[in-house]
Design a protein around this ligand. Structure first.
Ligand code: FES
Length: 143
């Protein structure tokens, strides 16, 4: 069986939503504690909805594929929905990742949350701090 699913290979070879949004409403950058790679997410937000999203990453192929899929999953969605996106949902949408690559999919989830938090902070919007707990790392990574 191939190590990577066809969907992973597709999103790795043709990543969706790569780039920068210069006038983003929220920006989130995270580093992966496991491998040291970095992910940055840019959001445009109107009426509590993500109208555009772009990402930049120095992560590996799995990080590129999972970020591409994650951006597709949140584009056009309400912020409340984006905040419930988990790396598990992203890896399921990609038809799975090898176990030793699951930590790569956590980058997108955490960067999206951080970008939403940045938007809330910049606009003085109240939120439940528990939504953005720093504790959330990949259950497979023991970090
Ligand atoms: Fe670092 Fe995949 S090995 S993001």
């Amino acid at each position: 069986m191939a190590l990577y699913s066809e969907k992973v290979m597709d999103h790795f070879r043709n990543p969706r939503n790569v780039g920068v949004i210069e006038d983003a409403d929220g920006v989130g950058e995270v580093g992966n504690p496991v491998c040291g790679d970095i992910m940055k997410i840019y959001l445009k937000i109107a009426d509590d909805t993500i109208t555009d999203v772009k990402f930049e990453t120095f992560g590996c192929g799995s990080a590129i594929a999972s970020s591409s899929m994650a951006t597709e999953l949140i584009k056009g969605k309400p912020l409340s929905e984006a905040l419930t996106l988990t790396n598990k949902a992203v890896t399921e949408a990609l038809d799975g990742l090898p176990a030793h690559k699951l930590h790569c999919s956590v980058l997108a989830e955490e960067a999206i949350k951080k970008a939403v938090k940045d938007y809330y902070d910049k606009n003085g919007i109240a939120y439940d701090a528990g939504l953005f707990s720093e504790e959330e790392h990949c259950p497979h990574c023991a970090e």
